[in-house]
Design a protein around this ligand. Structure first.
Ligand code: MRU
Length: 354
């Protein structure tokens, strides 16, 4: 997708380095940062320099390639296994991270004891995984665009745009495709407390693509649904269980409940790398619990260009900060994948799972 007219991906491989857009600086600064080793790449995932399920999946795969390139001949497989564990421990919920790491591990294992070929296979597999993410998201846009063309006032939560993947995005991809085909689209952007992925990332992306939108407080979504101003909800996902339950950014479940109460169809868009076939139901999905400072403080840019945090809660208060929640399959109208739009059910998920 374009940044001021220049095409960019969210994360990519360049001469052994993993390069990525520094997402916490958006929307006020656009900067590319380089990760020279897999340890730096892991830290970038943990610190949310790169974020969003597809993007951290590709980053995990590219980190594995860095580990393979740097691993000494003598302890190659032990080194690679250690790196895989290190990358796995960065964040617990997004299935794409584990899919990316395992994809590269399988490519390495296929080369047996030939270390030189294993290194080459790791780099090729990591780049193929990233390309696959971009192509799957492009296809999700193609398949989901008719939904948006018909129901043109769309609500979305968090950021499931191209910044959350390698390119195109999941929930925003049908919006981009419909808009490029001439549909008169409008997007209601939940700001997405506490990390503001909606107001900082989704709104910025939509602006770059010229899509009309309004940022609203998360708790305003039900209000606009009740007034008949939202035709459809499309969100992304960090992990889809085998029964069609969906984990996504905290607040998604509330939006799904409001949509059900108001007869608004609620869709999830995700590449099939987000499906966890061995996670039976939403109750089995590990939910990341983050530090309560994200809730007790607000972060932002002052008018004179300084990145600041201000405390909004009493000094003596503590908080709780689950990063994701689970929307039960029964609330979901359909799951838009690159392999088709399927029901949120055991049969629907099995029909597209890899
Ligand atoms: O910012 P994160 O990595 O904590 O959030 C992940 C997400 O981007 C969302 O949950 C998103 O809606 C899922 S689609 C990648």
């Amino acid at each position: 997708m374009n940044v001021n007219g220049t095409p960019f991906r969210t994360v990519w491989w360049e001469s052994g380095r993993v390069r990525m857009i520094d997402q916490p600086l958006l929307p006020h600064q656009f900067r590319i940062v380089d990760m020279p080793t897999y340890e730096h790449t892991a830290l970038a995932i943990r610190a949310m320099t790169v974020r969003g399920a597809g993007a951290i999946g590709a980053t995990g795969a590219l980190g594995m390639a860095q580990a393979a390139v740097a691993a000494p001949d003598a302890e190659f497989h032990a080194h690679v296994a250690h790196a895989a564990n290190h990358l796995r421990e960065t964040r617990p919920t997004a299935q794409n991270l584990f899919a990316g790491i395992d994809f590269v591990l399988r490519a390495i294992e296929a080369e047996g004891s030939n270390v030189a070929r294993s290194r080459e296979a790791a780099v090729a597999a990591a780049n193929a995984f990233a390309d696959d993410d971009a192509e799957s998201c492009r296809r999700i846009g193609e398949l989901g665009a008719p939904i948006v063309s018909e129901r043109r006032r769309v609500s979305t939560h968090c950021n499931a745009g191209w910044l959350a993947f390698v390119d195109w995005g999941s929930a925003l991809s049908p919006i981009y495709a419909a808009r490029r085909a001439g549909a008169d689209v409008f997007v209601w952007v939940d700001e997405t407390r506490p990390r503001q992925q909606g107001s900082q990332l989704t709104a910025w992306e939509l602006g770059q693509e010229g899509v009309p939108h309004a940022v609203i407080a998360d708790n305003a979504t039900g209000h606009y649904m009740a007034r008949g101003e939202i035709d459809v909800v499309i969100v992304g996902s960090d992990r889809i269980a085998a029964n069609g339950d969906v984990a996504n950014k905290i607040g998604t479940y509330t939006s799904a409940l409001a949509a059900a109460a108001n007869g608004v169809p609620f869709y999830v868009a995700a590449p099939t790398t987000t499906i966890a076939r061995h996670t039976a139901t939403g109750a089995d999905i590990p939910i990341e619990e983050r530090g309560d400072d994200e809730v007790l403080y607000a972060w932002g840019w002052s008018d004179d260009g300084r990145f600041m945090r201000v405390r909004t809660a009493p000094a003596s208060s503590r908080g709780r900060n689950p990063a994701f929640d689970v929307t039960p399959a029964a609330l979901i109208a359909g799951i838009i994948t690159e392999r088709g739009i399927v029901s949120a059910s055991v049969e629907g998920i099995a029909s597209v799972a890899r």
